[in-house]
Design a protein around this ligand. Structure first.
Ligand code: ARG
Ligand code: ZN
Length: 463
């Protein structure tokens, strides 16, 4: 699902000229009103010419060999005539590509799989691409972003894709603005457990010593939030607040799951009261021995590398509203994820006998102006700094606190709810947040946003 049309820098320039009146209005009519250029931090991710509606991923995985035998069916709609198109893919060897059932020719180059269908696809037509591939997927080890993508574990594997790791295990349109629904059909040796985003579709089926578990994510999801986890897991399932709460932990990790299950339910109930309707149909969490050193807010069911503390659970559940349901338009705006999730931790602490939000803010604001804490810009930190804890997480949360003290509690908490409501299942930018905050508060907030988000220096004390 794409609310905006992606374009290369060249077509973007052409559209800009068109808007400026340099070309006659009939020369090029974009199908949607807004044209966005490739992501400034991950320009190789995302493709043009089609809009994905659904991914059906059939994954046969054997933990002992870490061999993946997979078929991905991608349902999409062409937004222009397609003689060829690209998918983001850097996974194991491709065996076959079919478009609407006919063998297509294909070519791999870098992180792209280019597909040439036997017959061109007409503009506006739905089509299905089937890609069959087989081998052992490998993680991405990035010098600044760390390890992500398909992570093989001692007893299975976990996929953690943020920011552009989904291509290590399936072909996709890895564009933040092209969300789609997903079906995961994971087959393993009997006795091995497979989990994914969303809800199980019936009980796992065992035949000839292999078990297939089916999971459905029925709400739109960006590729970086998709997840499967395979291995030895102890699973707890209850119904909390009317939806399934499914948590799992690897018993070999030595921990138990009781705290995770309860904290997930508590964080969800507490956050629903503040942020409004929970956007997904289930919740939960997965604890595994992964060794990447971070947790990830995979849609509906976060993944934790070892047993999480309470604040980490609060943080990842907050992302379900801020990040997963409302997703930034570009990676430059990742503070919209991390600042909101970190601010939620501060609110939770204050409400549970910890320091007040003001005390947390004051402690951080005392950081001297010359400290690297104030280097870089929170709302455009640079590709290598998207997970910079000081710049993106802490200064992001501080920005929200300054916004709150400026517009007042009533408008601020209305803003949190309306942000989640207005952009549910969609994408939004920092300027959209400013616009909504200005609309709710009837104030001009440009100077505040500029000082706190677009300046690489300590802002003047909030008045
Ligand atoms: N978004 C995750 C969080 O909420 C952090 C992900 C870090 N990812 C990475 N590749 N280093 O904290
Ligand atoms: Zn986070």
């Amino acid at each position: 699902m794409m609310r905006r049309t992606r374009a290369t820098a060249a077509t973007y320039a052409a559209c800009a000229l068109l808007l400026l009146g340099a070309a006659p209005a009939h020369a090029f009519r974009p199908s949607s009103p807004v044209v966005v250029p490739p992501d400034p931090y991950f320009p190789l991710s995302g493709n043009q010419g089609y809009d994905v509606r659904h991914y059906d991923l059939d994954l046969d995985f054997t933990p002992a060999s870490h061999l993946l035998d997979a078929r991905a069916a991608i349902s999409a709609i062409a937004d222009r005539p397609l003689h060829r198109f690209d998918l983001d893919y850097s996974g194991p060897a491709v065996q076959q590509v079919l478009v609407d059932g006919r063998p297509a020719s294909y070519q791999r180059s870098g992180q792209k799989l280019t597909v040439v269908p036997a017959r061109p696809i007409r503009a506006g037509s739905p089509f299905i691409v089937r890609v069959q591939y087989r081998g052992t997927p490998e993680r991405i080890s990035d010098p600044t972003l760390g390890d992500y993508g398909w992570i093989n574990t001692p007893d299975g594997a976990v996929a953690l894709n943020e920011p552009d790791g989904a291509r290590t295990w399936y072909p996709l349109n890895d564009d933040l603005n092209d969300k789609a629904t997903y079906t995961f059909r994971v087959t393993t040796p009997a006795g091995v457990t497979a989990l994914a985003n969303g809800e199980p579709d019936g009980d796992p089926q065992t035949r000839g010593g292999r078990t297939t578990a089916t999971w459905q994510m029925r709400k739109p999801m960006a590729g970086y939030l998709s997840m499967v986890a395979v291995g030895d897991f102890t699973v707890t399932r209850t119904t909390d607040g009317g939806i399934p709460n499914i948590t799992a932990y690897d018993p070999a990790g030595g921990e138990t799951d009781a705290a995770l299950h309860r904290t997930t339910a508590e964080a969800l109930a507490w956050e629903k009261k503040r942020f409004g309707r929970y956007p997904f149909d289930s919740t939960g969490g997965i604890v595994d021995r992964i060794g990447v050193g971070y947790a990830l807010e995979t849609q509906s069911r976060p993944v934790y590398d070892g047993a999480p503390d309470e604040l980490t659970v609060v943080h990842e559940i907050a992302h379900q509203w801020y990040g997963d349901s409302v997703t930034p338009t570009t990676w430059r705006d990742i503070w919209l994820n991390e600042g909101f999730a970190t601010y939620t931790e501060w609110l939770w602490q204050e409400d549970h006998g910890g320091p007040t939000v003001q005390q947390t803010f004051d402690g951080l604001y005392a950081t001297p102006a010359g400290d690297p804490f104030w280097n870089l810009r929170t709302a455009d930190p640079g590709r290598d700094e998207i997970f910079n804890y000081d710049v993106v997480y802490l200064r992001g949360a501080m920005t929200l606190h300054v916004l709150r003290t400026t517009i007042g509690d009533r408008d601020f908490f209305a803003l949190l709810r309306e942000w989640a409501d207005t952009h549910r299942y969609g994408n939004a930018s920092t300027r959209d947040l400013q616009g909504l905050a200005e609309k709710i508060s009837h104030r001009r907030l440009g100077p505040l946003f500029d000082a706190w988000l677009y300046t690489a220096a300590k802002p003047a004390p909030p008045s």
